[in-house]
Design a protein around this ligand. Structure first.
Ligand SMILES: Cc1cc2nc3c(=O)[nH]c(=O)nc-3n(C[C@H](O)[C@H](O)[C@H](O)COP(=O)(O)OP(=O)(O)OC[C@H]3O[C@@H](n4cnc5c(N)ncnc54)[C@H](O)[C@@H]3O)c2cc1C
Length: 282
């Protein structure tokens, strides 16, 4: 039985934040910067953790933190409008209130990547929870090996963080490759699934740690191909997404086999979830 403690009760109370900035990324996706309404520092977080964002009168949704973990005065989220709560979130005006619970979950194990090459493979909005890892590596360049970012979207219009993608390409020991499913007439870049970028990536599988986030089917193929290339299963990490309510392991909404995505994840090593991947309705 799970014990209810003062700490767990606190975790259920949304803290008041207000919107500082709303930035349009694509037709349906926006990046929101929130600051605590009381002027205090924002909650510290690990790359890959998420918050529960509360839109008063509508509901609460899990959203990954997509900002820089070194910036302690704000929390940044990239939200795709897919339903009622996310639509209300992206339509928030500056100074409007949002309730924030968290951060929750186990993030990307960036410490495991110290001294090794860091391989980031993202699909669509999956780049959002990976962006804090990229900031972490770029702020501490000497502590990591090569940084390789492979990013796939449906079309060129769906790319997030376009200015930053262009800036990351210019960083030392960094390779950024982008591919799209449908390029259109003006696209001069790669076309195809994100896994088609592996042959263009300068990889050293034996000294790499891979972090991947995107549609589950994409992550399944990414992990399979990485293993074929020589990465050990325990060096491949995936971010799983399930509907959730409490975010602290009480309600069971996000159960995934023997795991709760909210507290055991959302980041899992491939060797832990491999038998579950692709199982129907799990
Ligand atoms: C750990 C975690 C991190 C997430 N990070 C982000 C993020 O950074 N940015 C972002 O835009 N979204 C993220 N999501 C997904 C986001 O929580 C859902 O899009 C949101 O809950 C939808 O709520 P809604 O009320 O707008 O839509 P609803 O009306 O609830 O649903 C609209 C559609 O989305 C589907 N849906 C709802 N919730 C989920 C879910 N959790 N996973 C998959 N499909 C869902 C529904 O089946 C329906 O088809 C994350 C989810 C999890 C679990």
């Amino acid at each position: 039985m799970t014990m209810v403690t003062a700490a767990s009760t606190e975790a259920m109370l949304p803290q008041p934040y207000s919107v500082q900035q709303v930035l349009k990324e694509t037709a349906d996706t926006f990046t929101l910067t929130l600051r605590p309404s009381n002027g205090a520092g924002a909650s510290r977080f690990q790359p890959g953790q998420f918050s529960m964002l509360w839109v008063f009168g509508v509901g609460e949704v899990p959203i990954s933190i997509s900002g820089d973990p070194a910036q302690h005065h704000q929390l940044v989220y990239t939200v795709r409008s897919v339903g009622e709560a996310t639509q209300m979130l992206v339509n928030r005006a500056v100074d409007e209130a949002v309730g924030v619970r968290g951060p929750f979950g186990r993030g990307w194990p960036v410490k495991e990547a110290l001294g090794r090459d860091v391989l980031i493979i993202a699909g669509g909005i999956g780049l959002a929870p990976l962006r804090p890892v990229i900031y972490e590596v770029l702020h501490n360049r000497e502590k990591y090996g090569r940084l390789v970012v492979l990013y796939g979207t449906r079309s060129p219009r769906d790319r997030l963080y376009r200015k930053e993608l262009a800036a990351w390409v210019r960083q030392r020991d960094t390779q950024v490759l982008v591919t799209v499913d449908y390029g259109g007439l003006s696209w001069r870049g790669h076309v195809g699934a994100v896994t088609t970028l592996f042959k263009h990536a300068r990889l050293q599988p034996a000294r790499s740690v891979a972090f991947t986030c995107g549609p589950e089917i994409m992550m399944r193929f990414v992990a399979r191909d990485l293993e074929t290339l020589g990465l050990a299963r325990e060096n491949i990490y995936l971010s799983m997404e399930r509907n959730m309510k409490c975010a602290v392991g009480f309600c069971g909404h996000c159960q995934y086999g023997p795991h709760f995505v909210c507290k055991d994840g959302p980041i899992f090593a491939y060797d832990r979830v491999r038998p579950l991947l692709g199982k129907y309705e799990l």
